[in-house]
Design a protein around this ligand. Structure first.
Ligand code: A3P
Ligand code: MG
Ligand code: MG
Length: 381
């Protein structure tokens, strides 16, 4: 019998091939047209207060209120270290919240999400935007691996990150320098954000990293529907489109770029992450503050999220947004094919290390569970 491709086409396999147990992550495998992506629409909001308590409202939403001049190139000179010693309250990073706040929002807003008893949440996936950002960046990431735990419950797949051993070590061994850098990112926000729509920023206040405003959105990537939530830095009261997420602004701080080499590295690593993070939830504007060697903001620069793919296209060894999205599409299909036991007491752990394929293992030890008993009970009613 001949085995060349042309003579095999008439012969259909009797059973579909078993799902593949690993997924290639090489960027060249995902080159191609940009997949279908529906603009995310906001379905809800919640806030976390200074003690990390959940509130089903927008109380922690802040407004983008740049002081006059700074957007026209006047150097702001803001000191990003101000308050580090005496006006800084850190969130306890040892507390692993998992999907807690999203699940709380879902529980309180079930009527918005579906009618069916067998599939009370009419979405294929539920996850944090930050987890999707990691997936999108995977084909270009060469430093940090990830672990994503997935459970299928009543027809919906929940994806929750688990900290890798490497990440835990890195966190526990964080240097003062790294801690200061993290602080400076939050401090930057305090110079640009006001609590009231017509208020002024108050940079003398305490920076408390427990506080957050989160948007909950519905989106679709090719055949995958999802409910995704992400933290939003602020809302621009003067945005041309005042509807969320189009009025939202992402704030970023970064070291001043001094040469071609730094520019390439900024385009290759930072703009990749910034684009993925904002694109996923439809945030159209990123305002970056570049700091000088003394940690002061030398200049502000606006990036329209939709311009970033054009800015990096001319670079050699650049990244391609279609690759990020095609990989995400493939990963979600991979998860859908493998995670077939509809049981919150079964956790599929997907793991990835740079240079390797994505693989998985199955766990029934409660230590791995991602859905708490109160949530399962609420969705079973
Ligand atoms: P910068 O990114 O401006 O440095 P976000 O930009 O996502 O709104 O996050 C706000 C700030 O939180 C960041 O500011 C950074 O300081 C800190 N941060 C966010 N993700 C981080 C991470 N993975 N590691 C360390 N710090 C992080
Ligand atoms: Mg933020
Ligand atoms: Mg930010």
């Amino acid at each position: 019998r001949s085995h060349d491709a042309s003579s095999c086409t008439a012969e259909q396999p009797k059973r579909p091939a078993p799902p593949s147990s690993s997924l290639n992550t090489h960027h060249l495998s995902y080159k191609g047209a940009f997949p279908f992506f529906r603009l995310p629409s906001e379905v809800g909001r919640f806030s976390l207060d200074s003690e990390r308590h959940y509130h089903g409202d927008s109380r922690k939403l802040r407004y983008y209120r740049p002081p006059p001049g700074v957007e026209r190139g006047v150097s702001p000179g803001w000191d990003l270290m101000d308050g580090y010693e005496d006006r800084f309250v850190r969130r306890d990073e040892n507390v692993k919240e998992g999907l807690l706040h999203i699940l709380t929002w879902v529980k309180e807003n079930q009527e918005l999400l579906g009618e069916s008893k067998s599939r009370p949440l009419d979405r294929d996936f539920v996850t944090w935007r930050g987890h999707l950002t990691k997936i999108l960046c995977t084909p270009y990431e060469n430093q940090e691996g990830w672990l994503l735990a997935v459970s299928l419950f009543k027809g919906t797949l929940y994806i929750s990150e688990r900290e890798t051993e490497v990440a835990r070590k890195k966190r526990e061994e964080k240097t003062t320098m790294q801690d200061k850098l993290m602080y400076s990112g939050y401090k930057f926000e305090s110079y640009l954000c006001a609590e009231l729509r017509d208020g002024q920023p108050s940079p003398t206040e305490v920076v408390n990293t427990n506080e957050a405003f989160c948007s909950v959105l519905l989106a679709r990537l090719s055949k995958h529907s999802f409910l995704v939530s992400g933290e939003v830095d602020c809302c621009d009261p003067q945005a041309s489109n005042s509807n969320p997420p189009f009025c939202y602004v992402e704030l970023k701080s970064s070291a001043k770029i001094r040469n071609q080499h730094q520019q390439r590295s900024f385009n290759r690593y930072k703009l990749l992450k910034w684009w993925c993070q904002s694109f996923l939830i439809g945030i159209p504007l990123i305002v970056a503050g570049f700091r000088d060697s003394e940690g002061k903001v030398a200049v502000l620069q606006n990036y329209r999220t939709s311009d970033i793919p054009h800015l990096i296209r001319k670079d050699q060894h650049s990244w391609d947004p279609a690759v990020c999205m095609n990989f995400c599409d493939a990963f979600l299909s991979f998860v859908k094919n493998l995670v077939t036991r509809d049981d919150p007491r079964v956790v599929y752990l997907f793991s990835w290390e740079p240079g390797r394929d994505v693989t998985y293992s199955v766990h029934t030890d409660p230590n791995y569970f991602i859905l708490p008993a109160w949530y399962i009970e609420a969705m079973n009613q």
